[in-house]
Design a protein around this ligand. Structure first.
Ligand code: UTP
Length: 408
């Protein structure tokens, strides 16, 4: 893209200020900036017109979960079905590791975080160990895909190599990068981070399959026979991956996606509640839960929206291909975004100063026809690490790991 073309593209979105320092840049930096402008999707900025608007949702009704009491009597049957699919090479696993982990406050990618007490135990290591349990159980290597972003790709790959993939077969590990999105002030003016660099951040975990497709990784997975992809957050060291019983139950239910869920701890716990929206599977984010929804009861007097998702989904690849062209909602996320001020000085804000633009994987559920909410025991499988201390923290995750007999 040349200067003229870049200018025209920016003009369309009211962002020509991004070329303010162009003349001051070296030729190499000019080229870099032009290619960043070419690659950047500024259309996401239009999401700003919805900021502050009340959330409009369809009609919410309950979606019945397959509860532990339903799973237990059929466990052997589901597990056998799942093992069969895994042995046939039909199941792949995808770690969503492109996030910035800002709340944790570490300058490293989250997967590199050491939760050990007496020895190093890295989050990536825990995930691989969990996946190796399934490899051992099935005698089959599950293809593993790791989504990174421009911000953490090289460090993540170097770390995995340095640790010899924690014993996983490196020929079955594929890294791919997610897309980036511009970051702006509250009026939608994109920040410059440096004179020749547009402020940007990973575009949210909802872009995972589009990125996998764009990079040719989805095609390669399908070519080797992968029909199901189990995606999950990097930040839960108890994550059970390619869990045969879960795989089998989703196949048995003839659903195109399975979602692991837990009983919500409190009516207002900060997890998305699984439900139907206008008759299709959906998730109501915790901040959209009304009192009416929180207090609603099912026919047995239990909370009608009492199951929360833990960001562990099993998607049918064929269905992902069918929704590939569909746009996901863009969410505005308030963040602290480093920028160049009017005096061309770099500023590292201590308070949020603008928006990042993110798509969420949970929004994909509503685009699909059928979903199986599958209950798991939260103490065994859910130890999210968002913060250093307190709720959903390194501290709470350590406690849960120790309870599960994991040496730290
Ligand atoms: P979170 O929404 O918790 O974000 O990500 P985060 O980046 O880890 O942490 P904060 O909000 O900055 O503190 C949930 C999961 O989605 C992944 C994360 O790596 C994590 O596994 N993710 C998030 C991506 O892969 N890409 C993104 O753009 C955002």
């Amino acid at each position: 893209m040349n200067y003229q073309e870049a200018y025209q593209k920016l003009e369309k979105y009211g962002q020509t200020h991004l070329l303010k320092y162009y003349e001051e840049l070296t030729t190499a930096s000019q080229e870099k900036l032009l290619s960043q402008i070419e690659e950047t999707d500024f259309s996401v900025l239009s999401a700003i017109k919805n900021s502050g608007a009340p959330c409009t949702r369809g009609k919410i009704t309950p979606l019945k979960a397959l509860e532990i009491k339903d799973i237990e009597p059929r466990k052997a049957e589901f597990t056998a079905l799942g093992i069969e699919a895994i042995r046939a090479g039909k199941v792949g696993a995808v770690i969503l590791a492109g996030g910035m982990g800002t709340r944790l406050g570490s300058d490293k990618p989250k997967g590199l975080y050491n939760i050990g007490l007496n020895k190093p135990v890295y989050i990536f290591q825990r995930l691989i160990e969990n996946l190796l349990d399934v490899v051992e159980q099935t005698g089959t290597i599950v293809p593993l895909y790791i989504m990174t972003s421009d911000k953490n790709n090289d460090e993540t790959i170097a770390f995995m190599k340095e640790h010899n993939y924690f014993g996983y077969d490196k020929n079955n590990v594929t890294f791919f990068k997610q897309e980036m999105a511009p970051a702006s002030d509250y009026n939608g003016k994109v920040f410059l981070e440096e004179k020749g660099l547009i402020a940007s951040s990973p575009n949210g975990n909802g872009g995972w399959y589009a990125s996998m497709d764009k990079n040719g990784v989805a095609k390669a997975a399908k070519a080797r026979g992968v029909e199901w992809l189990n995606i999950f957050n990097v930040d839960n060291p108890l994550q059970r991956i390619a869990d045969p019983c879960f795989v089998g139950a989703t196949i048995d239910a003839a659903c195109v996606v399975g979602a692991k869920v837990v009983h919500k701890n409190t009516r207002d716990e900060k997890v998305g509640a699984i439900c139907l929206e206008d008759g299709r599977p959906s998730i109501v984010e915790y901040y959209d839960m009304t009192d009416e929804l929180m207090d609603a009861k099912d026919e047995n007097g239990n909370p009608a929206y009492g199951f929360g998702v833990i960001m562990n989904y099993l998607f049918k690849v064929k269905s992902l291909d069918e929704i590939l062209e569909k746009k996901l909602e863009i969410h505005l996320v308030e963040k602290k975004i480093p920028y160049l001020n009017d005096e061309s000085k770099p500023v590292n804000p201590t308070e949020p100063n603008g928006y990042k633009y993110e798509m969420l994987a949970l929004d994909m559920i509503h685009q699909l026809d059928s979903c199986l909410p599958y209950e798991v025991v939260r103490e065994y499988e859910f130890a999210p690490i968002k913060n250093l201390t307190g709720v959903d923290s390194v501290e709470s995750a350590r406690e849960l790991c120790l309870k599960n007999g994991i040496e730290l």
